[in-house]
Design a protein around this ligand. Structure first.
Ligand code: TYD
Length: 140
């Protein structure tokens, strides 16, 4: 069991480098991404009616960036529930530790890029909502 009791989300605004040709955003470990990036994955071609997530992590730090289209990320932390509309490549949703997340309303062109501070392991998942709620109560 983890002894790093964290349950936080924070919206980041990344600096855009714009010129006459368009825009560019650079993401760098421990500079504008608050961790060492060990894994990158992306969700795309998500069916309109589909929703993803429905889990929390124990230790994982993640930054979710909607680099195309839009989606909604509902989160629950020790502070309560919040929804974020992700529709801009310069916004990143940082999720640290025990955060329940559900992702919905994917547009057809949605590409949700996720940076993570650890390689994939099922051991870090809490997939049962009741177990998540119990864990959160132990934080308060
Ligand atoms: P899952 O985390 O359940 O997706 P979501 O939370 O977006 O609904 O992952 C779906 C499948 O993909 C599951 O079998 C685990 C696998 N997977 C990997 O192999 N590596 C990864 O980095 C991730 C995120 C998932």
């Amino acid at each position: 069991m983890s002894d790093r009791f964290v349950s936080e989300v924070k919206l980041f605004n990344f600096t855009e480098i714009a010129d006459g040709r368009g825009k560019l955003i650079s993401l760098e470990s421990n500079i504008n991404i608050p961790f060492d990036v060990k894994r990158v994955y992306y969700l795309y071609s998500t069916k309109k009616e589909a929703a993803r997530g429905f889990h929390a992590h124990i230790e994982l730090k993640q930054m979710a960036i909607c680099i195309s289209g839009s989606c909604i990320i509902d989160v629950e932390t020790v502070k309560g529930k919040t929804s974020f509309t992700m529709n801009c490549p310069n916004k990143g949703l940082f999720m640290d530790g025990i955060v329940w997340r559900e992702i919905r309303n994917f547009s057809d062109d949605c590409v949700l890029l996720v940076l993570a501070d650890a390689i994939y392991t099922e051991d870090d998942y809490i997939r049962d909502y009741d177990s998540f709620s119990l864990r959160l109560k132990s934080l308060t």
